[in-house]
Design a protein around this ligand. Structure first.
Ligand code: BGC
Length: 979
């Protein structure tokens, strides 16, 4: 702990005398703590966050929420109380607010309740934790949050636009100059765009200053929201970019989600727009504000981006580059802007991880193939005529007429950065694809010669870059900025000879922190897990998308409700889902129906298992992060959806559920779509009950009454379900895996006995199908947890390790590096799936199996009653199968890490050759856990770090129950062995 000088302490104390008495006590403790050196720091308080973010800038939240972690090498560490201190100066000379000491073990989402926060102000904060031994621990990180404009407004800033119609989808540039005559103490620019935009000041791109003295750049600002209601603005510290004297502010805006084909005409044919407010504070205490105003801003359409569309790509002419964002540039040809009146919604601050180039994920070529023309074979399209190959990154001389195919080894989302040398005016064309044609045969679905790009599955999306060289002798570097692609391969051609000096695949997406990982001793399962995380990286780009390559890339609600829990184990998505639920609310229809895609721009509303994302995502976010805020924020909207469902009653059935358009999408065996709607209605009622209970603070309060209401509703749906869908024996008329899975998951059978029958029926359905599933999105989303909860964990392992079609490992064996839309989107045996309209190679839904690997194989679960992993239920279920389907082997080792809001949880097991099983677990400080360990036929003995478990440190209790040992643990790391 850092010593601070007594003088500073005294000065601090002088300043706080004005505070009320109890605050003073808290602050005194706080300062005492600052000034005493701890002898041995085994426990620290760190990872301070406000509204899910570390040091967020530009938040518009009146009562932000604070979170922190305790990290300790010791066992049994916990928090008894906390004190949060907020100050407007970094050295805490004046205390703006102190929470006083609050007796609580909570350290997640603690609500600020001090005086009203001022706009555009940076607040520093610290937290002091009183631990289990009443020792005080003070956070040491520099932690702050900065408010955005809040209600201080845009100071007459206006949306500006080009004053002419743009029929070509060019990217207009806007610019103004301003004189700043004094020394600058701080400066912020607040900006937003209609279309995606980029801002420059004095020739430099703006970006948040990072800890290493560089800048972090945000791509695709302002992100995708339902623009009929909301557009985000962002706040950026630009002090370092400004200077005394003349300054230039420039912005370039491209069609993006506002005007491109991806908007499906939702906003008509609107103009692109830009709005900005620059606030400069001078050292003399005065300030100046510069805003977008048609009178002082000019525009030009004569820039290098000649065409831009998310689906289709970018046309860029480097000969048109100029120093338009620098002072001294002659803008006499530029024209005065007009006022853009197309946007009628609210401009609100964005809080959350932004879309970025994720540098650590970049890929270089694993193979480059140069070819010219086609060699005729007995196939329809022939094979490419190969002129040369390289098996690693290389400089490639590409003569006119030849094509270079680059394989980056990984299906990804983003763009390529290319360095190329050639004559001025040479046009270089880059096309993208997820797969290559294999044999050039139409019967195999190939759309061109073997070895060339397979692009027919992109449907109408042109996914092409066209770059015209300026002719730099050293070579020139280019990557697009206004479009992205889902690709593993690209090919390059040019109108003249060029040298491709380098090419890198850059991953672009929402940079949510990745917090989970799993590994096993099974290489194909590990590849599957890699495919799942890459599917997530590729499809979380401002919104959760179905796929990143074809002419969709939309926020399909069904896909994310299925994959959401997995996604939360892989990455911290609290703010991402908080934002996306805003899109859901904005796009909710007046009758309460949630959209099929959010933000809504296409297709409809109110379809079963899709619309319910509006209920499932808040629940998931609450469970994973103890985020009651998301429940409160969406409660009314969710109730509106429940009203929509109740209005679907018809003469015959009262509980009919939502629409039936999608059913168990792309399943091998069809389950009645209406059946799925009814089951999802029951699911919604169940979750509404749970969420109401989570919000209730007493038996009789409004939420408790709601919980009763939804329990009754669920029971009524269950009753009608039974009359509608079960036969005389109480089993289902729908004899499909998905039908049984839903009824079991939602507990829809009449008696325990019937339920047991149903479980054996389900087992049989899978065994009779050769140990294979035949489920679509809906069934696959639930199959593994439901089987395991029903005691069919052996069947679940059989399915996981199945290698025939359909199965997870089937696509792995076909060479997949991401999760596919179909189990057999491509097979080595027969080629591409014939339904090219739905043949995406990056569709995360089936990746929901990772949830099962985290929650059942590794066994990391939160206790629903103490959400956010405050109390952890560790229930690892090793592969104890007694017999194996042909070709399968036992998984002997598996483990997962999950960095929860309380810290890292670890759970790993290993089955030793002598039959004993080792379990290593870590429970973060300030949490507790219930660990359930399977005993060998109920007889096993348990040891921890070599001692009998009852004598081991950190064990609160051990009981034996249903062939398991149930062990209550305090925080710490443990090594158990069941012998
Ligand atoms: C999308 C799916 C989506 C489905 C709904 C498809 O085109 O790619 O992922 O959920 O439509 O029918």
């Amino acid at each position: 702990m850092k010593m601070i000088s007594p003088i500073r302490s005294v000065r601090n104390l002088n300043n706080i005398f004005v505070m009320k008495k109890n605050s003073l006590i808290a602050v005194t403790f706080f300062l005492l703590c600052i000034s005493c050196e701890s002898p041995r720091e085994t426990t620290v308080v760190n990872d301070l966050r406000v509204e899910y973010m570390k040091n967020p800038v530009g938040i518009d939240v009146n009562q932000p929420r604070f979170s922190w972690k305790m990290e300790s090498r010791e066992k049994g560490v916990s928090q008894k109380a906390y004190t949060i201190m907020v100050s407007t100066d970094e050295s805490f000379k004046t205390i703006f607010w102190s929470s006083d000491e609050v007796l609580s073990d909570k350290s997640v989402h603690i609500v600020y309740s001090g005086p009203a926060l001022k706009p555009a102000t940076r607040y520093f904060w610290k937290v002091q934790v009183k631990d289990q031994d009443s020792k005080y621990l003070l956070s040491k990180e520099k932690a702050f949050f900065e408010t955005g404009l809040m209600d201080s407004g845009w100071s007459s800033a206006q949306w500006i636009k080009p004053n002419e119609e743009d029929t070509k989808r060019m990217a207009p540039m806007f610019r103004t100059t301003c004189k700043l005559n004094k020394r600058i103490s701080s400066a912020r620019i607040y900006t937003s765009g209609l279309g995606i935009y980029e801002v420059f000041i004095n020739g430099k791109r703006i970006g948040a200053p990072d800890e290493r003295g560089g800048r972090e750049y945000e791509e695709f600002k302002p992100g995708w929201t339902d623009y009929t209601a909301t557009v985000f603005y962002s706040t950026c510290d630009v002090k370092d970019l400004l200077k005394q004297g003349e300054n230039v502010i420039g912005a370039i805006v491209a069609s993006g989600w506002w005007k491109g084909d991806i908007a499906f005409g939702k906003y008509g044919n609107p103009d692109l727009g830009f709005i900005a407010k620059l606030v400069v504070n001078y050292t003399d205490g005065t300030s100046e504000t510069i805003v977008t105003d048609p009178k002082t801003w000019k525009y030009s359409l004569d820039g290098p981006i000649l065409y831009s569309d998310i689906y289709h790509g970018e046309v860029y002419d480097a000969r048109k580059e100029s120093a338009w964002t620098n002072s001294g540039f002659n803008d006499s040809e530029w024209k005065p802007c007009g006022i853009n009146t197309n946007f009628k919604g609210n401009i609100t601050a964005f809080t959350g991880p932004v879309v970025k180039v994720r540098a650590q994920l970049q890929r270089t070529p694993v193979k480059i193939t140069r070819y010219e023309g086609v060699t005729k074979t007995d196939s329809d399209h022939g094979m490419i005529n190969v002129k040369g190959t390289y098996n690693k990154p290389a400089k490639v001389s590409l003569p006119k007429g030849q094509t270079a195919v680059y394989d980056l080894g990984q299906n990804m989302t983003g763009w390529v950065r290319i360095k190329v040398k050639g004559k001025q005016g040479t046009e270089v064309t880059i096309k993208f694809a997820e797969m290559l044609n294999d044999e050039g045969k139409k019967s195999r679905g190939d759309d061109g010669p073997g070895g060339s790009l397979y692009r027919i599955n992109l449907r109408k999306a042109k996914t092409t870059l066209q770059y015209t060289l300026k002719g730099d002798r050293q070579g020139e570097e280019y990557h697009p900025t206004t479009t992205f692609f889902g690709f593993r391969y690209c090919d390059i051609t040019a109108t003249d000879d060029i040298e491709i000096q380098s090419l890198t695949g850059e991953v672009v997406g929402t940079a949510s922190e990745e917090v989970g990982s799993i590994t096993t001793d099974h290489p194909a399962v590990n590849q599957l897990l890699s495919n799942i995380i890459w599917g997530q990286r590729g499809n979380f780009l401002s919104i959760p998308t179905d796929c990143p390559q074809r002419d969709e890339r939309l926020g399909w609600t069904g896909d994310i409700q299925i994959f959401g829990r997995t996604a939360c184990y892989n990455a911290d998505l609290s703010s991402f889902f908080h934002k996306w639920m805003g899109d859901m609310r904005d796009s909710q229809r007046d009758d309460g129906a949630y959209p099929d895609v959010a933000p809504h721009c296409w297709v409809g509303w109110g379809q079963a298992a899709w619309a319910e994302a509006g209920i499932i995502i808040p629940w998931t976010t609450y469970l994973m992060y103890d985020n009651k805020g998301i429940l409160k924020e969406n409660y009314q909207s969710m109730e509106k959806y429940m009203t929509f469902l109740s209005n679907q009653a018809n003469e015959q059935y009262k509980y009919n559920g939502a629409g039936t358009n999608y059913g168990d999408w792309v399943s091998y065996v069809r389950t009645n779509n209406r059946y799925i709607s009814v089951c999802y209605y029951a699911y919604s009622a169940l979750l509404m009950e749970k969420m109401s209970l989570a919000l209730s603070s007493g038996r009789e309060d409004e939420y408790a009454l709601k919980a009763d209401y939804y329990r009754t509703l669920y029971n009524s749906i269950k009753q009608e379900f039974q009359t509608r869908y079960t036969n005389e024996s109480g089993l289902l008329q729908q004899n499909t895996q998905t039908a049984y899975l839903l009824a079991l998951k939602l507990d829809l059978f009449a008696t325990e006995e019937i339920k047991r029958e149903a479980i054996s029926r389900l087992r049989q359905l899978i065994v009779d199908n050769g140990n294979k599933l035949n489920t679509g999105f809906v069934g696959t989303g639930t199959i593994m947890p439901t089987l395991s909860d029903a005691g069919l964990i052996d069947i679940a392992y059989n399915l996981l390790l199945q290698r025939e079609n359909p199965s997870w490992l089937y696509s792995v064996d076909q060479g997949a590096t991401t999760i596919w839309e179909r189990w057999n989107s491509y097979t080595k045996e027969t080629g591409f799936h014939s339904d090219i309209s739905m043949n995406s190679f990056n569709h995360y839904a089936y990746g929901a199996v990772a949830e099962w690997l985290y929650r059942y194989v590794a066994g990391i679960n939160t206790d629903e009653n103490r959400a956010g992993f405050k109390h952890i239920v560790l229930n690892p279920l090793p592969d104890f199968r007694k017999s194996f389907p042909e070709g399968q082997q036992q998984i002997k080792q598996a483990g997962a890490n999950y960095d929860s809001y309380y810290g890292v949880i670890r759970s790993a097991w290993k089955i030793e050759n002598n039959g004993s099983v080792k379990y290593n677990v870590t429970i973060p400080a300030n949490t507790t856990a219930t660990l359930k360990l399977l005993l060998n036929n109920g007889k096993g003995e348990i040891f921890e770090s070599g001692q009998p478990v009852k004598d081991a440190k950190g064990i609160v209790s051990v009981i034996k129950e249903d062939g398991k040992a149930v062990i209550e643990l305090v925080s710490g790391s443990y090594s158990f062995e069941v012998r």
